[in-house]
Each structure stands twice: as structure tokens, then as C-alpha cells.
Design a protein. Structure first.
Length: 222
């Protein structure tokens, strides 16, 4: 039986690649997108629900399917207000997990970040860590939290500082081996492939998938 997938964050770098992959995947008959604005030029396989994702609860009756892929995330530059930042990076994924549990969706795959720690003194790491903790507390049967390092790929929006950071980071890649391997740049394509494989093949017993395992899982059947 073909499946229904839900994507949150389909306009971002990882989410847009994930959407492309699911559109070509015959295992999915319907893809539901939840976003602030409508995306144009998508096939009939896609159903779009637009509105304020900070009030995701209002979509409860439409938030039904087989799998949820959450690629939501903002940046300090785009969202300098920490209260709003947390409402996005913590609030949306946690609400999505709660809705998934209530609507009997048993697969939830979410992108977090390497270094996430609910007890951290760093706001970004703490927010991601609290998100992970509370997503896991919903006890959805197949929950996978991906922790990529710095994400590589061609973004639609210009992020000059991030682009320079990626160039510098790439110069040091040969030095990252052994325990440092997980700090290598994680390509958005690898994240998207791993998300699809995790949902369909469930190759990992672990719930937290760090960047080095993301790359391994992305190569299955590819």
C-alpha cells in the first residue's frame, strides 16, 4: 500500500531536496506540505496547507499520514528574537511530534544539529537539545533524530558568512578522522537520502543519528 508523507520545511535546503526525492519515489502516493506560503509548480501528488506554523495545532485534522519529515530550522540572523527562535526550532518540531502521536503516525524523522544538549549554556545547542528530549518523550515508535554537522549544499538564499565558513571548514576536512569524523561537513543531499532510508528501511537501532552515520545510511540502496 502506498504511503502519505508529511514534510515541514520543504522550502529550505534539505527540505527541498527531500521533496524532490519523495516526488520521484513510487512508495508515496501523496505528499502533504505544511508551510507559511504556497509553493508553485508542484504536481498533483502534493497537497499544500498554508498558515502560521507556530499554531500547528490548528492543522490537526489535516495532519494525517504515514510518516513525518521535519526539516524546520531558522538562524540567529533571520530570527534575532530568541523567543521567536525557540518557538520555531523547538516549538514546531515538538508540536508536530505531539500531533503525530495523537494521529497515530508511527514514523517521525527530524533534523537537529550536532552538539544538541538540553543542559548546554549555549542557546542554540540548548534549544536543539530540549527539542530532541521532548520529541523523544512522545514515544513515537520509529523516531529518528539526525544531528548533522555544518550543512553543505547550494542554498537559494545568499548567506555570505556561512559560505565563507564552509570554504574554510572544507580546508580542514582532511584533518577530521577517528572521533573527529562526525564534524565533517554533512551534505544536504546525504541528509535527505538518509531521512528517506530511515523511514522506509529502518536500518538503525539508534534514535540519534550523528553526521558520520547520516552519510553511511544515505548510501544504502544508492
Amino acid at each position: 500500500m502506498k504511503k502519505i508523507a508529511i514534510i515541514l520545511g520543504a522550502t529550505g535546503l534539505t527540505g527541498s531536496i527531500l521533496l524532490e526525492k519523495l516526488l520521484k519515489d513510487d512508495r508515496y502516493e501523496t505528499i502533504k506540505l505544511f508551510s507559511r506560503s504556497k509553493m508553485e509548480g508542484l504536481p498533483s501528488k502534493v497537497i499544500q496547507f498554508t498558515g502560521n506554523l507556530l499554531e500547528l495545532d490548528t492543522f490537526k485534522t489535516n495532519f494525517t499520514g504515514d510518516e513525518v519529515f521535519c526539516c524546520i530550522g531558522t538562524t540567529a540572523k533571520k530570527t534575532p528574537d530568541k523567543k521567536v527562535y525557540k518557538a520555531i526550532d523547538y516549538g514546531i518540531p515538538v508540536t508536530a511530534a505531539k500531533l503525530s502521536k495523537e494521529n497515530n503516525i508511527n514514523t517521525f524523522v527530524v533534523v537537529s544539529a550536532l552538539g544538541a544538549n538540553a543542559k548546554s549554556n549555549i542557546f542554540y545547542n540548548k534549544t536543539k537539545g530540549e527539542m530532541e528530549r521532548d520529541v523523544l518523550s512522545t514515544k513515537i515508535e520509529n523516531t529518528y533524530i539526525l544531528q548533522p554537522s555544518l550543512i553543505g549544499g547550494n542554498r537559494k538564499e545568499e548567506r555570505i558568512g556561512e559560505k565563507i565558513g564552509l570554504i574554510i571548514f572544507k580546508l580542514f576536512q582532511p584533518l577530521f578522522f577517528g572521533k573527529l569524523k562526525k564534524y565533517k561537513i554533512t551534505e544536504a543531499l546525504s541528509i535527505a537520502k538518509a531521512m528517506v532510508n530511515l523511514a522506509n528501511l529502518k536500518p538503525a537501532k539508534r534514535k540519534i543519528i550523528t553526521s558520520n552515520y547520516i552519510k553511511q545510511i544515505s548510501k544504502i540502496n544508492n
